[in-house]
Structures are given as structure tokens and as C-alpha cells.
Design a protein around this ligand. Structure first.
Ligand SMILES: Cc1ncc(COP(=O)(O)O)c(C=O)c1O
Length: 399
């Protein structure tokens, strides 16, 4: 009855076939490698309880009041310091913009920058929820293949040139250089520099999603593009979802003042400001060293779980499969032999007791039909081992 009243924009929101399928796992004995949730055992509930009651006792009038659109200033100053720990320097609180999760950050950035028909570059695969925001902007997509090392930079330059010669100059590239979701890949420092050189040469903006930058558990986390950005063309997003708790819904943007001013005008229409209360909780969590204590704990938890998943894959997957070996984040991506269609295989896998996300969801053109994303942060080690075993058997039955 309602459908005829809905705006044209909502066509993009129709529930996908895969989401419907995955809903069938709810309440059933299916091991889900499909999710993307942090491990709740890492949430510092007691410390947050103490912080919350201290705030309400000491600053109730501030915490429960409206506040500024760009985020409370003391918190933005803490975020300047937190950014410095990712190597981002030479900024002040006016370069920081606080958002309701990095999801809102991406929503506002893409809405501010992309008109229908504009050319945008995305990785193939890339983060689904970002892709959905972009799809709603109806752009001309350029897709750059992700290999085990991250986006193929030669292909990036070739496709940029090709599109420019066809009159389609790219406006921006959306990229997740570290512990990519879904691919689990991390770009080398050299590729990061090359990507920026190309952005400079062909004059497009870079939207850098650093959701997992603090969660590299093997080797050093390479500097984000924003730390290497000399001309201010990188717009950076960060989040508290993976280092504190996603339920707080807190993210932030680092960008030029010119752009944070545009964000301010936009956010006034969306939700006026990010909740004052949660900003104060996160600010205290930084000041009391909660984040510093959290990060190594989370990394250790995920490193162990990654090891369980990778050794199970090694044991149970056919040798013709390829998979990423993530140094951080929450996902392993798998490339199966071409003849396997992971969308079609999902039903069978679920019947046998395991779910995953078919990789095609993460490709702007729904290609990548032989790929899938596997989450290791949420399931228990036993579920990871058992889930991969069932999945290996399912794959083998299709070969
Ligand atoms: C790459 C990436 N970007 C952004 C987000 C959004 O996270 P949030 O809105 O919780 O900050 C996620 C969440 O899974 C993600 O994986």
C-alpha cells in the first residue's frame, strides 16, 4: 500500500536477495562467517560504566545538552592526538569533524561530492555499505581489481587514462588501504605513494577509509594516505567501532577546513550533531587510557582467530582456491575456481550449517561470482574450525 508513495531514491534500498537468504540463518544452527561484528568479549563494559556515571555526576548539564555540529571541541582536540598516532600531523581541531559512525561520514562525503554521472573509482571488491551510498548517487564507476597486495596500481592508472580520453575524468577514489573490508589486504607504502602520485597527476580526490588502521596485528600498520598527503586531497575517515564499541556510533573525518565547513552545513540537515553524551564517553576513554589498553587486547584476540581460520582453510579448502592472508582487520577473502558461483552455493552451504557473504555483493557491477568473504572476528575458535570444515566440504562437492 505504501510503495506508491515512496520517493524514487528508495528504489536503491530494496532488500537484496542475499540479505534475505542470510536472514534464514537467524535462530537456526548455522555457523555464520557472514557477519562483520567485533568480538563482544573485547568491549570494556566496566570501564564505560564508570566513565558514564562519572560524567553524569560531574558534567550532567554539558553531557545532556545540545552541542556544536562539528563535534565538541575538547573531543576534536583528542582526535587530533589520536590521528597523530596514525602519523597524521599538521592538523588542528578545525580539520576534525565528528560523525555518527564512519558510515555517516561516508554518507555525507559522497553526498557532498558526487553528482549523477560523475566518475568515481572503487576497488573491486570494496566495502558494501559505502558502495550502496555511491550507487544511490548514480555515478559512472571505474573498478580497480584488488590482488593479494591491494588495488592494482597499474590498472588504476590505465583505467584513469582510458576514462579521461573518453571524457570521463574521475572526481574521486574511495579506498581502504589497510586491512581492507572485504579483501583483507593491506597496501604497501610504495603503492600508497604511487596512488597519491596518480591522484595528483590526474587531479582527483581520495576518500580514505581507515576503519581498521589501528587493528594491524602483524608487523607495523603502514601510514595512512592522509599522513602522506601534501596537497590536502585526501579525506580521511576513522571509527571507534573497532577500537572501543560500535554501539556508541562514533566516527570522525580528517579533512581541509574548507571541506569540514561544507560538512557542517550538511550535517545540520541530517541530525544537527553527534550525541554529546557518547562523544564525552569516548573522550574520557581516550584520556583514561582505555583505548590504549583496548587496542593490544583486540589485536591479540583477532590475530589468534585469524590463525585458526587460516589454518582451517589450509586444511579443508581445495588447493585450487586462493585466499588473502590479512595482517589486520576482521576478514579473509577467498577466490574459488571460476566455475563455482558462490551466490548459488550459499543455499547448499546453509543447509549444511555454514553461512558466508558471496563476494559479488562487494563488486560495483556484481561480478566476482566465484568469491566470498569470511569473517573471523565474531565466531568462536571452535565455530571457525567447524564452519571452515563444512565450507571446504561444500566447495569440494561443487568441483
Ligand atoms: C571499511 C569499513 N568502513 C566503514 C565501516 C562503518 O563502520 P561504523 O559506521 O561503525 O564506523 C565499516 C564497518 O564495518 C567498515 O568495515
Amino acid at each position: 500500500m505504501f510503495e506508491r508513495y515512496l520517493s524514487k531514491d528508495t528504489e536503491m534500498l530494496r532488500s537484496s536477495e542475499i540479505r534475505d537468504l542470510l536472514k534464514l540463518t537467524e535462530g537456526k544452527k548455522v555457523i555464520s562467517l557472514a557477519g562483520g561484528l567485533p568480538d563482544p568479549s573485547t568491549f570494556p563494559a566496566e570501564e564505560i560504566e564508570k566513565i558514564t556515571s562519572d560524567i553524569l555526576k560531574n558534567y550532567p548539564e554539558r553531557a545532556l545538552q545540545y552541542s556544536t555540529t562539528s563535534g565538541i571541541v575538547d573531543f576534536r582536540k583528542e582526535l587530533v592526538n589520536l590521528s597523530a598516532r596514525r602519523g597524521i600531523t599538521g592538523i588542528n581541531e578545525n580539520n576534525i569533524f565528528v560523525t555518527v559512525g564512519s558510515q555517516e561520514a561516508l554518507f555525507m562525503i559522497f553526498n557532498l561530492l558526487v553528482d549523477p554521472g560523475d566518475t568515481v573509482i572503487v576497488e573491486m571488491p570494496t566495502y558494501l555499505a559505502a558502495l550502496n551510498i555511491l550507487r544511490a548517487r548514480k555515478p559512472n564507476f571505474i573498478g580497480v581489481k584488488v590482488t593479494e597486495k591491494g588495488p592494482d596500481i597499474d590498472e588504476l592508472e590505465r583505467k584513469v587514462k582510458e576514462n579521461i580520453s573518453n571524457g570521463k575524468k574521475p572526481k574521486l577514489m574511495y579506498v581502504i588501504p589497510t586491512a581492507q573490508n572485504p579483501a583483507g589486504t593491506t597496501m604497501s607504502l610504495e603503492d600508497r605513494k604511487r596512488l597519491l602520485e596518480i591522484a595528483e597527476k590526474y587531479d582527483f580526490l581520495v576518500v580514505e577509509d581507515d576503519a581498521y588502521g589501528f587493528l594491524v596485528f602483524e608487523g607495523e600498520s603502514p601510514p595512512p594516505l592522509k599522513a602522506l598527503d601534501k596537497s590536502g586531497r585526501v579525506i580521511y575517515t576513522g571509527t571507534f567501532s573497532k577500537i572501543l564499541a560500535p554501539g556508541l556510533r562514533l566516527g570522525w573525518i580528517v579533512a581541509s577546513e574548507e571541506f569540514t565547513h561544507e560538512l557542517e552545513l550538511y550535517k545540520q540537515n541530517v541530525d544537527l550533531h553527534t550525541p554529546t553524551f557518547t562523544q564525552m564517553i569516548a573522550m574520557e576513554a581516550i584520556r583514561r587510557g582505555v583505548i590504549d589498553r583496548q587496542i593490544p587486547k583486540i589485536k591479540e584476540t583477532y590475530r589468534k582467530k585469524r590463525d585458526v581460520m587460516l589454518s582451517a582453510i589450509e586444511k579443508y579448502f581445495p588447493k585450487t582456491a586462493k585466499w588473502s592472508r590479512p595482517v589486520g582487520g576482521m576478514f579473509v577473502f577467498t577466490w574459488l575456481p571460476e566455475k563455482i558461483d558462490t551466490v548459488k552455493m550459499l543455499n547448499e552451504a546453509m543447509k549444511r550449517g555454514v553461512a558466508y557473504v558471496p563476494g559479488s555483493s562487494f563488486y560495483y557491477d556484481y561480478s566476482g561470482r566465484n568469491t566470498m568473504r569470511l569473517n573471523f572476528s565474531y565466531p568462536s575458535p571452535e565455530e571457525l574450525e567447524q564452519g571452515i570444515k563444512i565450507l571446504g566440504q561444500t566447495i569440494s562437492s561443487y568441483l
